[in-house]
Ligand binder design. Sequence first.
Ligand code: 13P
Ligand code: SF4
Length: 305
Amino acid sequence: MKSQNHDIVNEINRLKKQKNAVILVHNYQRPEVQDIADFIGDSLELSQQAAKTEAQTVVFCGVHFMAETAYIVNPGKTVLLPDFESGCPMADMITPEKLIEKKRELPGAVVVCYVNSSAAVKAETDICCTSANAVRVVNSIPKNKEILFVPDQYLGQWVGEKTGRKMHLWPGFCPTHMRILGDDILKEKQKHPGAIALVHPECRPDAKAAADEVMSTGGMIRFVRESKATEFIIGTEVGIIYRLQKENPGKVFIPATDKAVCPNMKKITLEKVLWALQENRYVITVPEEIRVRALNSVNRMLAIG
Ligand code: 13P
Ligand code: SF4
């Protein structure tokens, strides 16, 4: 298996050079896919990389909305998603039609859109955010404005608490992060009294209340790197533990629950990355009229950082 992977990786590297391609990988991807990344990161870091890459082809190892975002900021490039079925159930919990209906009920509200959404939904929103910059994005909105936050109710609720802003929340959620319970965190804390519990803002309020810190996956990578602690309870998709362990060999990582697996993030394999490069698939594009409107929302976010 190892030598077979070795052959696939060699061929991926050869084709990557030939096609002037870059491989962007989300922190939740399989270990062997993380290992071939030119750049690995959270949603915000990957959007920033996509916006500045000089490569002609972007192979996006993540889920569909992430590849769409890479195309939105880079329409001149070929963006490939190695598995076309790799979607995000949370992103599918809102449609542009339903959002337009809601906006009619809340005229004048600023619509803040979590990046986990389709391009067509982003096109109907005022400003995008990721879990890494959601607080800054909401703080940038004038105090007299009402806010409609879509589609993640749990990220929205947490940002509301952090900023003191009252927000209208869309009832979306991440089925993977829903599996992390406050009790899971408390149980692991009892077993590992010195451990610091880090959870993602997509988690339910009870999990966030039981944790020591709430942050994006990129935030967790930085926090662990800089922390003097040696044990961490990780409340997010378990794929991140591979990277945490690789970059911090002396530290110990305990998943809050091993049920927190995102099946969509696991759909991309080394073989599929190879086929993507060999056959130029699956090309992700967005109709220009939608792309331009979605870009306004994404650019406002990128300007905030
Ligand atoms: P971040 O990597 O931006 O923290 O997002 C997590 C996530 O669920 C992406 O789908
Ligand atoms: Fe979507 Fe949740 Fe998977 Fe992220 S972890 S891609 S939010 S289902």
